[in-house]
Design a protein around this ligand. Structure first.
Ligand code: NAP
Length: 313
């Protein structure tokens, strides 16, 4: 079995060594431009078109992350890049659920207990109690009820916040009020004090976090964007904060990354920023998952994480 590996920033030696231990019979190599020898599987992030196009013997492609918008974006521009019969798989959870839980719980509790505001008061040496929020009014709305959305819902439920989610298809999740489809989006938003975005980036969800959507949340809402920068219309967030519709936001992802040093988000007192690391790919977990998936494919079955290319995630 031949496996080719390409990632613009991961250490190829570490990955190839780790995969080799898990798949001792496989021949694994780093793909470099000009390599057009056959391969059974390709492990990729932001793959150049020539890595996949016309690759002889290809039986599966594994994305080295949870999102596949980089690969599907390429595929929309170059439909010949990947033959229709070659399945594309993504990482499901592999330790990212726990990281997303940590991120979401940290910010939700910070906003609920007003710790961010107390830090701002501290800078002014200001000793002043702020009114408490009511837990039952502090409802959490999660856009996307997939692997990571459900994981985050679990972590917030236990604090007693009302949790609701919105997805494409109906869901039946214990202790979570579920909404689906465009027709239920308004009702979902109207009852959400905190909005957490965990949607995939598809042509249908691009720009979904816009002024119109933000204005439908409960007044003085909070926004947590953990998914993709393309979901947020950045000027609309600034306008929504200015208008008092949104009280604060925490953003991990941006339209252009790295965020330009002159971007107004850097100095905005009500916007927290992290450099797209809410949930990173953990090499050991990811390699275990991929090795297991390859074994399942070799046994003639289909592993988890199969991407529906037409649906876009
Ligand atoms: P997932 O399991 O595929 O879940 C996606 C969810 O979004 C599903 O519930 C799906 O609905 C819903 N959805 C998709 N399109 C929709 C639409 N048009 N309208 C309404 N709902 C829609 O994905 P995941 O593993 O949870 O990951 C979510 C995203 O997180 C990834 O795509 C990636 O962009 C992002 N991410 C970010 C980081 C980071 O570090 N910031 C790390 C990992 C992942 P159905 O359930 O009905 O299909």
């Amino acid at each position: 079995m031949d496996i080719i590996f390409y990632h613009p920033s991961f250490n190829a030696e570490t990955w190839i060594g780790g995969l080799q231990q898990r798949l001792p019979k496989a021949r694994i190599r780093q793909w470099t431009p000009g390599d057009d020898a056959p391969a059974d599987f390709a492990l990729v992030r932001q793959p150049p078109v020539e890595m996949l196009q016309g690759r002889k013997g290809l039986r599966g492609v594994f994305a080295l992350g949870a999102g596949v918008d980089d690969i599907l974006g390429q595929l929309r521009q170059h439909p010949e890049m990947l033959a229709k019969e070659v399945p594309l798989f993504r990482l499901e959870d592999t330790g990212m659920g726990r990281q997303m839980q940590e991120y979401a719980v940290y910010h939700v509790l910070g906003w609920f207990r007003r710790f961010t505001e107390y830090q701002q008061q501290k800078v002014q040496s200001l000793w002043k109690h702020l009114p408490n929020y009511s837990r039952t009014d502090f409802s959490i709305g999660i856009l996307g009820a997939g692997v990571l959305g459900q994981s985050v819902a679990e972590s917030l439920k236990i604090w007693g916040f009302p949790v609701r989610c919105w997805s494409r298809s109906p869901k039946d999740l214990p202790g979570v009020t579920s909404f689906h489809g465009a027709e239920q989006l308004g009702e979902f938003l109207a009852g959400s004090q905190v909005l957490i975005n965990l949607l995939p980036n598809t042509p249908q969800t691009e720009g979904i976090l816009n002024r119109n959507l933000l204005s439908q949340l409960k007044p003085q809402a909070f926004l947590l964007n953990l998914a993709r920068g393309a979901h947020l219309v950045e000027d609309d967030l600034l306008a929504a904060i200015e208008a008092g519709e949104v009280k604060a936001a925490a953003l991990d992802v941006f339209v252009r990354e790295p965020l330009d040093t002159s971007h107004p988000f850097w100095t905005h007192p009500d916007i927290a920023i992290t450099p797209h690391n809410a949930a990173v790919t953990l090499p050991d977990e990811a390699m275990d998952y991929i090795a297991k998936s390859i074994a399942i494919l070799e046994a003639g079955e289909t592993p988890g994480g199969l991407v529906d290319v037409n649906r876009g995630y």
